[in-house]
Design a protein around this ligand. Sequence first.
Ligand code: ADP
Ligand code: MG
Length: 268
Amino acid sequence: MRDADLLSRAGSAGAGGPAPAGTASSAAASLAGVDRLEFSAIRLRRGAHALLDGLDLRLPVRMRTAVLGANGAGKTTLLQLAHGLIAPDSGAIAGRDAAGAAVAWRFGFVFQKPVMLMRSARANVEHALAVAGVPRARRRARADRALSEVGLLDAAQRPARRLSGGEQQRLAIARADAAAPDCLLLDEPTSSLDPHAAAAIERHLLALSAAGRGIVFATHDFALARRLAQRVVFMHLGRVLESGDAATFFAGPRSIEARRFLSGDLLQ
Ligand SMILES: Nc1ncnc2c1ncn2[C@@H]1O[C@H](COP(=O)(O)OP(=O)(O)O)[C@@H](O)[C@H]1O
Ligand SMILES: [Mg+2]
């Protein structure tokens, strides 16, 4: 599915429904007592290719989690599943509150290459608020608050497509966050930015996290992941090989694949 096709759906989905019993591993069980998305035995094929091949994961919803792995590992697919933009062929995805009860979270999605509508920066945010069901009379004030938080209020009336790459990325985050989701899912949010623009994104993600937003981001930037992430999910060939505390992961990944990945020996 193309980014543009997904755009109008990217502000307002959730996950719910029952999870099958008996799928928790001991490492995953450490997230009992935490709001989390639970992925169980997820399979997803496209033609002859298995994108996800028996994926199990407990993903905390209100923490900062980096999703790492080589190109093609399945990071983008995982984020899209978490949001509900795509559905698995088989397996279950369930939102669980700290007590384990089923809930539906709201997610915002920031695409790797955000598609800007051919309108002003403000109108881009107002459109997202409309999709999220916010009444028209409240959109302007909420859009301006979101723009202000990313330092773009002065650019509110400028055409979104004329903004710089860094400004567009901040606008994309403001747009995804304007309806106050529980968690933001970001696909390589700094990959096309210069260091100055990337640092601005990083500061903003930390501020959002401090305000209570969950942050799940796919990245190839280990330094960013070390600074920002509390948890790491390491993917390889459509499966989660490691999931846990970020400092523990960076101090010594358990899997040979993650060790090779961190040492720069990119796996395909
Ligand atoms: N719609 C699709 N049809 C066929 N193959 C796909 C499709 N989407 C993704 N893939 C393939 O699935 C694998 C996992 O994709 P992706 O989740 O984008 O990985 P990552 O984000 O880690 O690079 C890749 O090999 C990719 O080329
Ligand atoms: Mg990707």
